[in-house]
Design a protein around this ligand. Sequence first.
Ligand code: DAH
Length: 361
Amino acid sequence: MTDIDRLKAELLDAVAGAGDAAALEQVRVAALGKQGSVSGLLKTLGKMTPEERQSEGPKIHGLREAVTDAIAARKDELESAALEQQLAAETIDLSLPAPEAPRGSVHPVSQVMDELAEIFADLGFAVAAGPEIEDDWHNFTALNMPESHPARAMHDTFYFPDRDAQGREMLLRTHTSPVQIRTMLKEGAPLRIIAPGRVYRSDSDATHTPMFHQIEALVIDRDIHLGHLKWTLETFLKAYFERDDIVLRLRPSYFPFTEPSVEVDVGYTLVDGKRVVGGSEGWMEVLGSGMVNRRVIEFGGLDPDEWQGFAFGIGVDRLAMLKYGMDDLRAFFDGDVRWLSHYGFSALDVPTLSAGVGTLA
Ligand code: DAH
């Protein structure tokens, strides 16, 4: 047996005998480290004659390879043994009671949006959406508010400091009405859509927050008139408040995107000093609406001589407050868990027309 064979047998024994990662590392350093026995042999190659090198070279390199492979294999073995041991030691007691799941609630705004979608789906309306970062044209110009229009000033708009890549002035949409334009351009006519979503205005007090929710409705068809609008509003509000004694009052008003425009009040009754929707002791304004202005239909890419329509826009947060009796809008967006668990809804309380769009309890 040559010295190399002997060294090889010794080293392979040592590798096989290493009981853990630290012992194996010691063997590796002793063989392959800078001062290691195998490294020492490799250094002798330089001083050999070409003939010696030809016969010894392959043996020494073979030794180094065998030891390196053996170390890698032993390392794998040790690692899987450690894993086996850990798996055998760890247990889960499946009979233990599960930890109580944290219970969330559905925010009243989400609940009311679902209620509205349910009511309008039953009337044949689809749900449409548009971007919250909107361009000036969709938010204003196409809704018949050209650049100098005074109605623009009433919107307390959040503008972005820079224009977009196409040079358009960008803003946070101040209402859901631009979805009217987007839907007409994309889908043509006839149309029956609602568009719920977030809108933004620079305004903040007990009844205004910089972000709030609206729902827009748009109907485009042939021979549409104000009677269709009034019936739709009455049917919707009766379903939403789950009362038959809903009384509406339509007042002439002005919006650039509708002609004629009507503001809609709903009658209330005072019960223990609180306003309850129904009857007509007093009036609360709930929404803006009207027949879609001819110019808006044109901006939507349609011929106003062929197509007419009505539209309305409602504050979702305000509708939630009226139905569920909250009085400070700011609490809606504070994220106070006490408020949420008091006013929130169970995930199982899904609004349906058959089971009711109010609370189950
Ligand atoms: N966009 C209006 C606003 O935010 C609300 C509105 C009024 C929407 C009349 C309409 C409408 O669709 O016909 O103040």
